[in-house]
Design a protein around this ligand. Structure first.
Ligand SMILES: Nc1ncnc2c1ncn2[C@@H]1O[C@H](COP(=O)(O)OP(=O)(O)OP(=O)(O)O)[C@@H](O)[C@H]1O
Length: 270
């Protein structure tokens, strides 16, 4: 496919070299990847292989040393609300309520063209989408870690981004909360038809959520080693999939890549 929907995000020949006091560090080499509109992509690989760097390049928070990144046919020149980011640590402003945290982003994006009632409706709709309508007047220190992450997701989605970028959004949560939020995310993404690129360390999370899993080689000069297409039907049910032979095969393929083909750097160094 070479229409815009097939190449909604188009990453071509990207290199990333960090200039440090100890010299240049070649983090990423020859990154080529296209993401279709509505696709859910996860990036997986050992610690330090450059997953966050690649996500930050798509976010426009970093500029590539070489190569080009396009979103909807336009070069990514910096951060923009069309590419909203959710980090591992929610990054909510502690002195604002859940409502105000979301409203701030909504106002920034739609404040020029819409009145206060419309902005309020957008904020409330985003809170409702993540099931937090009742918590709108609470401050971040009054809600659980899972709820904070949901506010972060609501804040990102409220900006109606073309792409949702998530850097280990559930990494700091306990297993049950994590599973619950994964299920919620799948429902939200199905409803909003979002395009998602998500960094994860979790093999089950990758298989459950992804249309494709992008597996990265170890750094330095990391690149995309393999891309696994996950052809499990939607909607996906974790309990049903736990018994599914095909699910097991996908899981094994990722584990093989990570622990056979790409031995952990710490072990190689030992
Ligand atoms: N600003 C920077 N300056 C210098 N080196 C950097 C910078 N940012 C990242 N790096 C290096 O680039 C490599 C990739 O880092 P990155 O954070 O993208 O990896 P990662 O796969 O996301 O790791 P983790 O899974 O541990 O979060 C690492 O070796 C890191 O030390």
């Amino acid at each position: 496919m070479d229409n815009i929907n097939g190449k909604f995000i188009d990453i071509h020949g990207v290199e990333m070299v960090f200039h440090t006091r100890k010299g240049d560090f070649h983090a990423l080499r020859e990154i080529n990847l296209t993401v279709a509109k509505g696709e859910f992509i996860t990036l997986i690989g050992h610690s330090g292989c450059g997953k966050s760097t690649l996500l930050n390049l798509i976010a426009g928070l970093l500029k590539p040393s070489d190569g080009v990144l396009l979103c909807a046919n336009r070069e990514i020149g910096g951060p923009a609300p069309e590419r909203a980011v959710v980090f591992q640590n929610h990054s909510l402003l502690p002195w604002l309520t859940c409502y105000e945290n979301i409203y701030l982003g909504v106002e920034r994006v739609f404040g020029v063209s819409e009145n206060r009632t419309q902005l309020r409706d957008r904020t409330r709709a985003a809170l409702a989408l993540v099931g937090l309508g009742a918590a709108e007047t609470k401050r971040p220190n009054e809600i659980s870690g899972g709820m904070k992450q949901r506010v972060g997701i609501a804040r990102a989605l409220a900006m109606e981004p073309k792409v949702l970028l998530m850097d280990e959004p559930f990494g700091a949560l306990d297993a049950l909360t994590r599973a619950h939020l994964q299920d919620e995310l799948l429902k939200i993404v199905a409803k909003t038809e979002s395009t998602v690129v998500m960094v994860t360390h979790d093999v089950d999370e990758a298989v459950l959520l992804s249309d494709r899993i992008v597996m990265m080689t170890n750094g330095p000069a990391a690149t995309i080693g393999e891309v696994l297409e996950v052809k499990l039907a939607w909607p996906r049910d974790r309990v049903v999939l736990a018994q599914d032979a095909q699910y097991g095969l996908y899981r094994t393929a990722v584990l093989e890549f990570l622990y056979r083909k790409q031995a952990h750097p710490a072990r190689e160094a030992a």
